[in-house]
Design a protein around this ligand. Structure first.
Ligand code: SF4
Ligand code: SF4
Length: 234
């Protein structure tokens, strides 16, 4: 995935789309106060520059599907591993709830189910049948909407053709009104994500940790802050 931070307006459409696509329970006020709220994708806001020239910047953060994922090596029961497509996947019925993975993830994108998920009626009757509802005691996180990937692959198989670039759209990508999020196959050198990931504006989150994230961020270098960028990196 490629995320263009310069296009993100912080509207939260991706957050709402992910929440409803992936059967995440509502985050009621108490859950937020207790710091137990769950969102597989979150928008981090920070300020760039000083008043009166300060600008609000937004950064969508979700599982980076790391090539060297620290969450995978600490799981004692292989409930999280890399699949052949390069996704960091979670086997819910194998998870025993140690939360080692959540503690090992430097991006804080894994969430533990402290309660059974509940939805007020009639929302409990509009769950997505393609996505497993996670029970109390297990860990969950962004799947890159793997059910959509698998559905598209099955359709392409039936049609006897390869999956086209851009054909798979995770819910967050589909909902983004500014096309800040782009999804595709990084192993295909002709794909849009491959092209974008070689942009001069490209960087990875916490690159120095060696996690090899599968998400590339794009960020414009503001000429008025060029010295600051040179000094601190991205
Ligand atoms: S971002 Fe965290 S949860 Fe996702 S693969 Fe990397 S270490 Fe694992
Ligand atoms: S790819 Fe799917 S699961 Fe991951 S943040 Fe986007 S909508 Fe949520």
């Amino acid at each position: 995935m490629v995320i263009d931070a310069d296009k993100c307006t912080g509207c939260q459409a991706c957050v709402v789309a992910c929440q409803s696509e992936n059967n995440l329970a509502l985050n009621e006020e108490n859950r937020v106060i207790e710091r137990r709220a769950k969102t597989w994708i979150r928008i981090e806001r920070y300020w760039e520059g000083e008043w009166p020239n300060a600008k609000a910047r937004f950064l969508p953060v979700l599982c980076q599907h790391c090539g060297n994922a620290p969450c995978e090596t600490v799981c004692p029961v292989w409930a999280t591993y890399h699949n052949p497509d390069g996704l960091n996947v979670q086997v819910y019925n194998r998870c025993i709830g140690t939360r080692f993975c959540a503690n090992a993830c430097p991006y804080s994108v894994r969430y533990f189910n402290f309660w059974e998920p509940e939805w007020p009626s009639p929302m409990d009757r509009q769950l997505n049948p393609d996505v497993t509802v996670r029970t109390k005691g297990i860990v969950e996180k962004c799947t890159f909407c793997i059910h959509r990937i698998n559905r598209t692959k099955r359709q392409a198989d039936r049609d006897g053709r390869p999956v086209a670039d851009g054909e798979v759209e995770p819910a967050c990508v589909q909902a983004c009104p500014t096309t800040a999020l782009v999804f595709g196959d990084l192993n295909d050198s002709d794909s849009k994500v491959s092209e974008l990931s070689h942009s001069k504006r490209a960087y990875s989150l916490l690159d120095s940790l060696g996690t090899a994230p599968a998400i590339t961020y794009l960020k414009k270098v503001d000429p008025s802050h060029v010295d600051e960028h040179e000094e601190h990196g991205h």
